[in-house]
Design a protein around this ligand. Structure first.
Ligand code: MG
Length: 333
């Protein structure tokens, strides 16, 4: 098997602002795994709040011995990738995605079929609206016309104002992502009651990722379900979260790829937790991989390719706000 990779800069259509920072592009690494003349594509997305960057991903990929990747034994190949070094979940996801794409192409199967994922159960995807002035917020809401749900970034002094601005131009259901930006338990509870009246459906990561006791107390009284994002990275995190959150947000760059993301969906289901599948700023490559698993989830937040201006792959198709899964081999890129 041959492994090739290169770095690439994904430019955002609008500078992206959340509770902690603002940025105008995201560095990514694109990889190709080639076997018997067939190529599988993978991607690592590296927003600045992750512990990885392009150098650490390339250092990880240099340690990989491609001959130890066996297309007829995905389980063993994924175990090998995970054993090469600790952490590096985006680098691992890059290889995992390329392996699944390659597997599908060689075995003439769409990736979503590998996971018994039913395209008819695809949830609509939300599109993220970062923090901005009212004028830009309204502009972004107008640009999001093809989407039936908006995901709003909160966690600043202007939270109420932001929702009021959105509500001037849209009555679509809203998901809220506080990105750990809230601190006070009773103020947060009052605010969530107000958000419920504003047709908000769920709240993601209200408090700092390690504030599990405070989050558990919020969950007891919250009128809206709470989802873990920063608090939930990989499979082993989920057991700790079952009395703290109502659901988890799984992202391939955190989970180390599709293989473990699928295990996380199954574990969350066994614990009676809800599941969202989300993304970083990603091209159609990593988004197609996540979309293959999305019909197994309750909520879908896979807006990456619609937020960037230089997606190197063909964009995905939306139908009635839902990503269309193509019945082609592999990821269908
Ligand atoms: Mg989030």
């Amino acid at each position: 098997m041959n492994l090739r990779y290169k770095t690439y800069r994904l430019s955002l259509k609008h500078p992206f602002t959340i509770a902690q920072h603002s940025r105008s592009y995201t560095p990514i690494v694109l990889a190709e795994l080639e076997h018997q003349g067939v190529t599988g594509y993978g991607e690592a997305s590296l927003p600045p709040y992750l512990a990885e960057d392009t150098e650490s991903v390339i250092a990880f990929l240099r340690k990989i011995e491609p001959d130890k990747l066996n297309i007829d034994n995905l389980h063993k190949s994924i175990r090998y990738i995970d054993s090469v070094d600790a952490y590096n979940t985006a680098a691992k996801a890059c290889l995992d995605i390329a392996l699944h794409d390659l597997w599908g192409k060689i075995h003439h199967q769409a990736c979503y079929r590998m996971f018994q994922s039913n395209p008819e159960k695809m949830p609509p995807t939300s599109i993220t609206i970062g923090m901005d002035s009212e004028e830009v917020l309204i502009q972004k809401v107008k640009e999001a016309e093809a989407f039936s749900i908006l995901k709003i970034k909160l966690g600043s002094e202007r939270d109420k104002e932001i929702i009021e601005s959105i509500r001037k131009v849209s009555d679509k259901p809203l998901y809220i992502d506080a990105n750990q930006g809230w601190t006070d338990l009773s103020k947060t509870l009052d605010f969530i009651h107000w958000l419920k009246e504003q047709k908000v459906v769920l709240i993601e990561q209200p408090f700092f990722k390690n504030d599990l006791d405070k989050t558990a107390r919020l969950k007891e009284k919250s009128p809206l379900p709470l989802f873990a994002d920063e608090s939930c990275q990989r499979l082993h995190d989920i057991n700790l979260l079952k009395d703290v959150f109502d659901g988890i947000n799984i992202k391939l760059m955190k989970s180390s790829g599709m293989y473990e993301a699928h295990q996380m969906i199954e574990r969350a289901r066994a614990l009676n937790m809800q599941v969202m599948i989300g993304c970083m700023t990603e091209t159609s490559c990593a988004i197609s991989a996540a979309a293959a698993l999305a019909p197994l989830c309750d909520y879908c937040d896979l807006d990456g390719p619609w937020l960037v201006q230089n997606n190197p792959f063909n964009n995905l198709t939306l139908h009635e706000g839902k990503i269309v899964l193509k019945d082609t081999f592999g990821l269908g890129l």
